[in-house]
Design a protein around this ligand. Structure first.
Ligand code: BTN
Length: 265
């Protein structure tokens, strides 16, 4: 079967269908998060914006990792003023979880035959393989206020067959699962709509949001190991708590982790 990539993202359709007011579309960028950071102040001023690249040459991952992707993947950064979300500062760490859940919902809409799960804090998995990574960053602006960048990479029309072996083993794309191409504009619109729905839910019904996050959580009830500042926390995962922390039950204590990398499950 031949693969075709949607060559052009329909920016007008994205603006008409979502909360996004401005789209910066690039054929190739090092990293959409990097460009978003370089343009942060004007983009925040413009209103909710999107930096999209058809291809990234140096995608950034969590904890300084590199994010591998190839043409056909959907790689973009949402840029906005976090004050627009009307979230109290203590709820801001939950934005990461909200983003992961929103992408999970959008992918589940497109993949009815597969179970789509989140893996704390914000990875999205299908069949125990990663289909999306998210890098959320907040920066203060020189003229005051903050800018929020939510970088999202979804393996859509790319195939992991082209990836380095260690990436190929643990990642998957929509194309690899369904052997067909997806319309990138439609997938992007669906992610942005779910992002808005889940962000509103975080304010109006936070407990419902957390219970849904827990019901789609890959790690719950599993024995897990988490790397936290170069030491390992191992135990049974008891889900995600009201603050978005990962709860790990050990024989002698219950540990609540606000950050870390889950290395085993
Ligand atoms: C991770 O899983 O470690 C997070 C990966 C985040 C990748 C996306 S791709 C779009 C945006 N731009 C980047 O450079 N990184 C994020």
């Amino acid at each position: 079967m031949t693969r075709s990539h949607s060559p052009i993202l329909d920016s007008t359709a994205v603006i008409n269908a979502t909360f996004i007011r401005h789209v910066e579309y690039h054929a190739v960028l090092e990293s959409t998060n990097l460009t978003a950071l370089q343009l942060l102040a004007p983009l925040v001023k413009t209103g909710p914006s999107l930096v999209v690249a058809a291809e990234q040459t140096a995608g950034r991952g969590r904890k300084g990792n590199v994010w591998w992707s190839s043409a056909g993947a959907l790689t973009f950064s949402v840029v906005l003023d976090p004050a627009l979300l009307e979230l109290p500062p203590e709820k801001r760490p939950l934005i990461s979880l909200v983003s992961g859940l929103a992408v999970r919902d959008a992918i589940a809409e497109n993949l009815t035959e597969h179970t789509v799960m989140i893996k704390w804090p914000n990875d999205v998995f299908v069949n125990h393989q990663k289909i999306c990574g998210i890098l959320a960053e907040q920066h203060s602006l020189p003229e005051g206020g903050n800018g929020l960048i939510i970088g999202i990479g979804i393996n859509v029309n790319n195939t992991l067959q082209a990836a380095p072996a260690e990436v190929r083993q643990r990642a998957i794309s929509l194309y690899d699962l369904e052997h067909r191409s997806f319309d990138l504009t439609s997938v992007l619109i669906s992610v942005l709509r779910q992002l808005e729905i889940r962000a509103r839910q975080l304010i109006s019904q936070p407990m419902l949001l957390l219970s849904e996050a827990n019901s789609h959580h890959l790690l719950s009830q599993r024995q897990i190991s988490v790397n936290v500042n170069d030491s390992l926390v191992a135990g049974q995962c008891a889900g995600i708590d009201d603050e978005g922390n990962l709860v790990v039950v050990r024989p002698d204590e219950v540990v609540r982790l606000s950050s870390g990398v889950v290395t085993g499950w």
